[in-house]
Design a protein around this ligand. Structure first.
Ligand SMILES: [Mn+2]
Length: 273
């Protein structure tokens, strides 16, 4: 049995299949973890959703910002962006099952046995692992409850940008969602920044990637994430695994085999402007 973790699919179904063939993924024994953002940008978002759902308990994904946005769009809260190329999902005969399945996926996976944690964007500089586990559960419970439409309507926005255990209600849930699905840079006082789109080397001095802030788990915990495609080819600490290498942007898809830490990559097959 082997454990694989793949970066954001973003509709790049063919590249995933090539990678799974390359490693001779064993559908009867192996496990596939995914960093979320299964859909949007690439040409085969519907195929990606169906495939991961079809893997059943062999697949473990976390939710990304695009996955949550897809849910909001499917339920009429937001409008689809044409360049996301997700319309085929909404008219598919299995659309309801796919959205129901997606709504039941977690925001965070802590695999204590194999020694890694997985989130789409990252873990708050103010959380330890038990807090991250508990916070993810708080959001998951609402998303899986009859109140999910309220949550999907009110999750948008970038405030509050600083954690406090006293946060309550939608403010608390929005902070948790933003950390797990949207975070990239933070200020040194741990406030989240959502403005800076610059590459790491050009970012203003007061901003740091979240994993460079002073949280002890950022030195000790193996943390795997996606979301930040422009980190491609940027070195990160050895326990910090940035797996989104921008396949949907014409770069490549990255698959990590956890047992021997071997990386497998597949160049994007899509035509790009
Ligand atoms: Mn993302």
């Amino acid at each position: 049995m082997a454990t694989y973790i793949v970066g954001d699919l973003h509709g790049c179904y063919d590249e995933l299949q090539i990678l799974l063939e390359k490693v001779r993924f064993d559908f009867t024994q192996d496990q596939l973890y995914l960093t979320g953002d299964l859909i949007a940008r690439g040409d085969k978002s519907l195929e990606c959703l169906r495939f991961v759902k079809g893997l059943g308990n062999r697949a473990h994904t976390v939710l990304g910002n695009h996955d949550l946005h897809l849910l909001a769009t499917a339920f009429g809260i937001k409008k689809a962006k044409p360049w996301d190329k997700v319309d085929a999902i909404f008219t598919a005969p299995d659309a309801d099952e796919l959205m129901d399945w997606l709504r039941h996926q977690p925001l965070f996976i802590h695999n204590a046995e194999q020694g890694f944690s997985l989130a789409h964007a990252g873990i708050s500089p103010d959380w330890d692992i038990p807090t991250a586990v508990a916070c993810a559960k708080e959001v998951e419970q609402v998303l899986q409850s009859p109140d999910y439409l309220d949550l999907l309507t009110q999750m948008y926005g970038s405030q509050p940008d600083l954690w406090s255990p006293q946060l309550q209600g939608i403010d608390r849930l929005r902070y948790i969602i933003n950390v797990f699905t949207r975070m990239r840079f933070c200020y040194t006082d741990h406030r989240l920044d959502f403005e800076c789109k610059l590459p790491l080397t050009q970012a203003p001095q007061e901003l740091r990637p979240w994993f460079n802030l002073d949280n002890p788990i950022f030195n000790t915990e193996n943390i795997i994430f996606g979301h930040w495609a422009s980190l491609v080819d940027t070195p990160t600490p050895t326990n910090i695994y940035a797996l989104d290498t921008g396949c949907a942007w014409g770069n490549r898809m990255t698959l990590l085999r956890w047992e021997d830490k071997q990386f497998f990559t597949q160049a994007s097959l899509q035509a790009h402007k």
